[in-house]
Structure formats: C-alpha cells, structure tokens
Design a protein around this ligand. Structure first.
Ligand SMILES: [Zn+2]
Length: 222
C-alpha cells in the first residue's frame, strides 16, 4: 500500500499468526524496514508486486529491533544488501536476545549486519531519516523519523492505543516510558507502527501519545 510518495507500508492483517508490518522506502537508496518472519514474507512480495515496487532493488534493510517477527526474513536477501540495526541491539542478540529465537523456534539470521546504528542522521541519498534509540521493548530498539514527511516508524515502541510489551528478555517498562515521552515531542503526521494500523493526522497522533503516557505510564504524564 502506497502511503506517500516513495513510502509503502505492508501491514500484517491476520490475527491467526503474529508478524510485523513491513515498510519500504523507495528512492536513491531503496530501503526495506522490518521484513518480518521468513515464512510469511510472501505477503510483502505480493503487496510490492501490486504496487509495482521493486523490492529486489533494496540496498538496505533496517530492523527496528531484533525480535524474530521483525527480522527473521533478512536471511532471504543477498549478502550485498546491507543489513542494519542498532549497535545496542546487535550486542543484545549476542546474549539474552538469542533466547527469544530459541523460545519461538526461529532461526537467528546468520547474515552479517554491516551497519550498526546509533542516534543521529541516516542519509539515504536525498532522504534523511533520524535514528532515535528507544529502549524499553528491547534494549536496542530504534524508531526512525522522516522529518521532511513527518513520518514516524515506531517499531514496537508504540502502537495505536498501545505500547510494546516489556516482559520479553531485556524489556524494561521504565525506559519504555522515557522513550515514548521523547517521541511525543516530535511533529508527526503519519505514525507507522510495527504492528496494527497506521495512524494519520497530527491531532490523532498527539492524542494517542497523551493517552499512552497517561494510561500506561502515569508517572510520565504531563
Ligand atoms: Zn518486538
């Protein structure tokens, strides 16, 4: 589904199985974000074909975090496609982050991650994304903010009417609250979370932030 010029979202709509929403940013550096589970990746392929999007042209794959439902399908891409996640999340996957793969019977991708991200600008040709470390759901979760289009790709940090769970290995509700509070200061017209529906409109998104800070993290409400 085309959301904006050069921005495509492939939401996972089935309630039968868990999987992440996948995002594709076209342009000078075609970038795939959160490819999802390997065995469910065909829904992205089909969606991209409907949109006339050249997924195979992807030069970069970014995982918002290292959970299997977001990153397992990186394995389907050649070694010449650069894979990226945060440096902190990469370290997490060397230790307790592996547990979730073992618990769910998923294969930890063996593809090398050639780009380990930290906070700051990520330049994709003429586009620029801001990388925000947003620990809480996992220690090295990131959100990506495309300031020119006022788009926030929030991974599993926050959703429409909810936040990411913190009961998985390395989760922490206190740091999640701090992460959401930081994101709430951004000017966002399109919130594209890692699961569930895309939220459009600054007012609705502001209300969503306020509700989350009030209902889930009352100590952080303003
Ligand atoms: Zn997750």
């Amino acid at each position: 589904m085309k959301l904006l010029e050069d921005l495509y979202v492939y939401p996972w709509l089935s309630s039968q199985e868990n999987n992440a929403n996948t995002i594709f940013i076209d342009g000078d550096v075609p970038t795939l974000i959160d490819p999802g589970h390997a065995h469910l990746f065909s829904h992205v392929v089909q969606g991209a074909a409907r949109d006339g999007v050249a997924l195979e042209a992807s030069k970069l794959i970014i995982c918002t975090h290292g959970h299997p439902d977001h990153m397992e399908a990186v394995e389907r891409f050649d070694v010449d496609v650069v894979k990226a996640m945060s440096r902190r999340e990469y370290e997490y996957l060397q230790g307790e982050g592996k547990d979730l793969f073992m618990m769910t019977g998923c294969q930890l991708p063996r593809s090398p991650f050639g780009l380990l991200l930290t906070d700051g600008s990520l330049v994709l040709g003429r586009k620029r994304l801001q990388v925000f470390s947003t620990p809480g759901h996992s220690p090295g979760s990131i959100c990506l903010y495309w300031e020119d289009q006022k788009v926030l790709l929030s991974g599993d940090t926050l959703f429409y009417l909810g936040v990411g769970r913190t009961d998985l290995p390395g989760g922490d509700s206190h740091t999640l609250a701090e992460s959401v509070a930081r994101l709430a200061k951004l000017d966002v017209e399109y919130l594209v979370p890692g699961h569930g529906e895309v939220v459009k409109g600054k007012k609705t998104i502001e209300k969503n932030f306020q509700m989350i800070l009030r209902e889930f993290f009352s100590a952080h409400s303003t």
